[in-house]
Design a protein around this ligand. Structure first.
Ligand code: AMP
Length: 220
């Protein structure tokens, strides 16, 4: 199965992608994580992407499309993926659509986590990630057991450098102007599942599984 998780920053797309990956045995492909690790490792890609990410802009399609399509054509991604953060523009969605048949792949569902804009702002301002693996916390709704420390790997919790108020507003604007068009693209293909993302994590997950006709580990 190949899935796309669409959601604004702070909608919980990373969390839901991880639950789907674990449950369905998929590979998690997070374009944001790929760019962040490229920046951390000082690669050519990281250097090209950094200024866009720091400004809260999208990395150009010319760079992003090539990167993700090259990754998806590798054999380890043949048994199914959950795409988290890609496609983010109509051109990216079209390029993916055109490339998939050559890889003998198809998108089964595009899952849109719908969360009101004002809630997203509040969630992002309280978001912390662990330094080692970017496990996500929210100091209000999903705090760690020990303040400032990741429950899973014990590393320090930090705010993402792009999670500052000005940058957050800019990224949300881009989402509701541009990325929302990706939902229209998959709705037209009758592949869109729209879920109310403004609910507890387990309820969102249960709703997703129910919409896919699958049994959830969480009761809907
Ligand atoms: P994310 O972790 O998904 O919020 O992504 C962090 C940043 O990486 C975004 O604000 C963009 O600058 C960049 N990015 C991630 N995915 C894409 C994409 N599909 N297209 C363009 N830029 C992206």
């Amino acid at each position: 199965m190949n899935l796309i998780i669409i959601g604004a920053q702070g909608s919980g797309k990373g969390t839901q992608a991880s639950l789907l990956v674990e449950r369905l045995g998929l590979r998690h492909v997070s374009s944001g994580d790929i760019f962040r690790s490229a920046i951390q490792n000082g690669t050519e890609l990281g250097m090209q992407a950094k200024s866009y990410i720091d400004r809260g802009d999208l990395v150009p399609d010319s760079l992003t499309i090539h990167l993700i399509l090259a990754l998806l054509s590798e054999p380890e991604y043949s048994s199914g993926v959950a795409l988290d953060g890609f496609p983010r523009t109509r051109d990216q969605a079209q390029a993916l659509d055109q490339a998939l048949p050559q890889m003998q792949k198809t998108i089964d569902y595009a899952i849109y986590l719908n969360v009101p804009q004002e809630k997203l702002l509040d969630r992002l301002l309280n978001r912390y990630v662990c330094e080692a693996h970017q496990h996500v916390y929210n100091i209000r709704s999903k705090p760690p057991i020990t303040a400032g420390i990741c429950d899973i790997d014990g590393s320090k919790l930090i705010q993402r450098s792009d999670d500052n108020p000005e940058n957050i507003k800019h990224r949300l604007h881009i989402f509701f102007q541009q990325t929302i068009q990706v939902t229209h693209f998959y709705r037209a293909q009758k592949k869109l599942i729209e879920v109310d993302g403004d609910q507890p994590i387990t309820k969102v997950s249960a709703d997703i599984f129910e919409a896919m006709g699958l049994q959830s580990e969480f009761v809907a």
